[in-house]
Design a binder for this molecule. Structure first.
Ligand code: UDP
Length: 328
């Protein structure tokens, strides 16, 4: 029996593949390599292709006795989703519908879905609980929420069980230093700050310092990519053992401002990392902090790399040795 990982060449996907292999799982990766990186894939079985290609999906499901799917493949930038919402509905919602259709045809009972804190929009309270209202402020969050709902209906109709993992801010890299974050163009705070430390950029722009937070900059809950990867493995175990669907937040429950991140990166890298304040980025909530109590209780999830220093140091280890990402 094998696990199909869609988007297994991407950032969180590739770390999850490494985690699954470490637990002795048979892993099949499907990725169209639009954003993913072939060298990031450690699984021996790799298919380059699109989820919308039903023939390809049928071939994969027939050949490998797929028992569970972990679905990462998606577009994931808030700003881009606002300027091109239809691309997000196509790449996220349509692909999920195709994937679930194939799972239904082949009787695959389990799926772990890569969701996001963006489903909450501007939170009513922090830390955010899974039971809090969902009101996405971007097509990105909206498409992820639509898929979560699609999954719920699919359980009732076809018996496909799902665990949706709502990630907060993924960061860091594999401790072996061989896989890490590599986006083109890069838009995430921690890699951008580290690119400044590598002198690939002159300065980091702080998107607004007039938010209602301690220092006026946005506060986020940064969570290590290996801890996220481990949560997928735990989610898979839970689906197999309890056959229960669920939704889980994944964060450390601690908030750090943009200025905190820059300060910590200065300490880790020893570089002054110049910063300048620029206007707010549309769609950014002021504060996003997770309550991951439910993941702790039901999945047995306990983040191992939970300090901002550890997270930034592990990202720095990757960036320092791969200054041009996988092209290095
Ligand atoms: N941010 C920033 N400058 C940058 C990139 C990001 O000030 O060059 C801020 C952004 O506004 C947000 C936080 O850093 O408040 C984290 O942004 P990121 O894009 O890393 O993740 P997101 O919160 O969008 O998932």
């Amino acid at each position: 029996m094998a696990v199909l990982v869609t988007g297994g060449a991407g950032y969180i996907g590739s770390h999850t593949v490494a985690e699954l292999l470490a637990h002795g799982e048979e892993v099949v990766v499907l990725d169209n390599l639009q954003k993913g990186h072939r060298p990031a894939v450690r699984a021996p079985i790799f298919y380059e292709g699109d989820i919308r290609d039903q023939e390809l999906l049928d071939r994969i499901f027939d050949k490998h006795a797929i028992e569970a799917v972990i679905h990462f493949a998606a577009d994931s930038l808030v700003g881009e989703s606002v300027t091109d919402p239809l691309a997000y509905y196509d790449n996220n919602v349509v692909t999920a519908q195709r994937l679930l259709s194939a799972m239904k045809r082949h009787g695959v009972p389990n799926i772990v879905f890569s969701s996001t804190a963006a489903v909450y929009g501007e939170p009513e309270q922090v830390p955010i609980c899974e039971t809090d209202a969902t009101a996405p402020t971007s097509p990105y969050g909206e498409t992820k929420l639509a898929i979560e709902k699609m999954l719920r209906w699919c359980e009732g109709a076809y018996g496909i069980r799902s665990i949706c993992l709502r990630y907060f801010n993924a960061a860091g890299a594999h401790p072996d230093g061989q896989i890490g974050e590599d986006h083109t163009p890069e838009s995430h705070l921690i890699p951008i700050v580290l690119q400044v430390a590598l002198e690939q950029r002159d300065a980091v722009s702080i998107f607004g310092d007039d938010y209602p937070t301690v220092d006026g900059t946005c506060v986020r809950d940064y969570v290590h990519v290996m801890d996220l990867a481990n949560a997928h493995w735990l989610a898979l175990q839970r689906l197999r053992k309890t056959k229960q669907s669920g939704i889980y937040n994944l964060g450390n429950g601690l908030g750090f401002s943009v200025r905190d991140v820059i300060e910590q990166a200065r300490a880790v890298t020893g570089h002054p990392i110049p910063a300048m304040v620029v206007p707010r980025r549309p769609g950014d909530p002021a504060v996003l902090i997770a309550s991951s109590q439910r993941a702790g209780q039901e999945l047995g999830w306990q983040p191992q790399y939970d300090s901002l220093e550890t997270i930034i140091a592990s990202a720095w280890n990757w960036h320092l040795h791969h200054p041009r990402g996988y092209a290095t």
